[in-house]
Write a protein that binds this ligand. Structure first.
Ligand code: SAM
Ligand code: SF4
Length: 313
């Protein structure tokens, strides 16, 4: 489907839960999430119906996200059924990697084509601090297991945080030298209540200053790609704040409580909870036609109306 600004919307990000086994400071309040009523969340059948409705209207790529998708009990079934929806060409999963060691092989068997793994630091103590208690080693072995299970070009997402990981940019980019991984640096977005204020915002261009050997490669969706000489993988810069990519936006989001969200940084939502497929298609159409031209100035804070774990990033 084409929106009011001529953009073809072909990419759906489905949040399957807003719960998480970590509490990253820039994503969630320390107190965690305010648990919603079970009956207010989409059921697995509703998720599959919503994906089918969206696919009938042109969605081709599906990313499953959260919260943490791997804490969702029926995640493998959701991946399997979503992969089989006519029109869906690629199902990808974004995960914090903590449970990946146990899930990688089954995710592959369930039809998942690609993985994005969030990793902001290679220092165990700093990882514990930023995630409020997470175990870096679990994530690193999850990445190894996923590579062994046959996932290629795994994307490692690192949020750039001044005073936290700017001293590790070169080391993180260096992960692309030997392994089949692409490292993506993402600018810190000022979400609602989360502790993003504890860190300094850094423009993604800082990566080019810190890693002087990077050679320009291409543009891949929202990422500007570079490569280190002789590297296996690429280094990508994603700049939602300093250089928004709204002109090329091809995406829409569906939250775990069943709201199509036309724009990550706008409060508008279109509910599909309890609807049949025809009604869901109508809500999808409304949401696509409600997509703004761009997310607007942040003027201090995102107007998303929800924290990142409740949207899916
Ligand atoms: N739990 C999974 C994970 O961490 O990969 C999936 C959900 S998480 C909300 C999706 C992505 O959003 C992660 O890569 C995370 O780093 C990113 N994210 C969360 N809060 C952010 C913020 N304030 N600014 C930039 N990226 C953020
Ligand atoms: Fe959880 Fe992902 Fe948010 Fe971290 S970024 S708190 S892992 S949802």
């Amino acid at each position: 489907m084409v929106d009011n600004y001529g953009r073809t919307i072909s990419y759906l990000r489905l949040s399957v839960t807003d719960l998480c086994n970590l509490r990253c400071k820039y994503c969630m309040p320390e107190t965690g999430v305010c648990k919603k009523r079970h009956e207010d969340m989409l059921t697995e059948d509703e998720m599959v119906t919503a994906v089918t409705a969206a696919a009938r209207l042109g969605i081709r790529k599906l990313r499953i996200t959260g919260g943490e998708p791997l804490v969702k009990k029926n995640i493998l079934s959701i991946c399997r059924r979503a992969s089989a929806v006519p029109g869906i060409e690629e199902v990808c999963v974004t995960t914090n990697g903590v449970l990946l060691k146990d899930f990688a092989a089954d995710l592959k068997k369930s039809g998942v084509k690609r993985l994005n793994i969030s990793l902001d630091t290679l220092d165990g103590e700093k990882f514990r601090r930023i995630t409020r208690g997470g175990d870096l080693q679990a994530v690193l072995s999850g990445i190894e297991t996923a590579l062994a299970a046959g996932f290629r070009r795994i994307k490692i997402n690192a949020v750039l945080m001044g005073g936290f990981n700017d001293d590790e940019i070169s080391q993180l980019a260096g992960l692309t030298m030997k392994q089949s991984v692409d490292v993506r640096f993402i600018e810190l977005m000022p979400m609602v209540d989360a502790g993003y204020k504890d860190f300094d915002y850094l423009p993604a261009s800082v990566v080019l200053d810190r890693v002087p050997g990077l050679e320009p490669l291409s543009v891949d969706g929202v990422a500007k790609l570079y490569r280190l000489p002789g590297a296996v993988g690429s280094v990508g810069l994603i700049s939602p704040v300093s250089d928004n990519f709204c002109d090329g936006c091809n995406r829409i989001r569906l939250t775990a409580d069943g709201k199509f969200k036309p724009c990550l940084h706008k409060p508008e939502e279109f509910s599909v909870k309890g609807l049949d497929i025809a009604e869901m298609m109508e809500q999808f159409r409304r949401a696509v036609l409600a997509k703004p031209r761009w997310h607007g100035e942040f003027s201090g804070q995102s107007r998303a109306g929800r924290e990142m774990n409740e949207i899916g990033g």
